[in-house]
Structures are given as C-alpha cells and as structure tokens.
Design a binder for this molecule. Structure first.
Ligand SMILES: [Zn+2]
Length: 119
C-alpha cells in the first residue's frame, strides 16, 4: 500500500490526533501513526522508512504551505509539520504525499481502473 493510501484509509476510520503523543495513539493517531496503523505496523517514526524507503531518500524537502525548510531530510518530518503545525487534514496530507511519492507502475494502474469502473 502506498503511503498516501495508508493515510487516507486511516483518515476514514479514526479521528485525527495532534502532538507528539498522537504518533502512538490507537484511537486518534496523527497522519504518520495512522498510516502505520493502516498497514499493521508499529507506530514509531523509524518504521516509516522501513515500510516506505522513498521517504528517506529526499535531499531537500520543504513545507508545501509555508515553504519552511523542515530541518531534516526525511519526508516524515514534513508530515509531522503539516499535521501538528498547520493542522492539515489527512485528506490534504495524503494528496500532498501522492504528489511526491513514487508511482508503483502496473499495480497503481490496475487499482485506478477498478476505482473508475465503480464510480
Ligand atoms: Zn509549513
């Protein structure tokens, strides 16, 4: 599952949490904790890079809203920033993630075809 999909999936089932503790919350997780919850992983920052390696392969990444250069080369730092500072919804965060995450080729196309057929 792509990171954007995991964020959206959790966003449809759980209220969004804010603050450091929300990373570990089962009832109201932040975008990151919720995404890990959606794929059945432990809710820890270090796990994000294990599940979605591309999130640790960015050289420069800035906040899409305020352009603040998050002091880390990890996408997860921007997710934390968008969730806690700007209070973006999971839908907004997932949309931004989808704009920067790598496409997974055939699998993505098949999923999208199914979605279009049911609409
Ligand atoms: Zn910002």
């Amino acid at each position: 599952m792509r990171l954007s999909e995991a964020i959206m999936m959790n966003g449809m089932t759980k209220p969004q949490g804010f603050g450091v503790d929300s990373m570990y919350s089962l009832d109201a997780p932040c975008a990151i904790g919720g995404a890990l919850q959606a794929v059945g992983e432990r809710q820890q920052y270090s796990v994000v890079g294990e599940v979605w390696p591309w999130t640790e392969e960015n050289d420069h990444i800035i906040c899409p809203l305020c352009k603040y250069p998050v002091p880390a080369e990890q996408t997860v730092a921007v997710l934390f920033h968008l969730n806690d500072i700007h209070k973006w919804t999971r839908a907004q965060i997932a949309e931004w993630v989808a704009s920067i995450e790598p496409r997974e080729g055939e699998n993505v196309e098949v999923i999208e075809e199914v979605v279009y057929e049911t609409v």
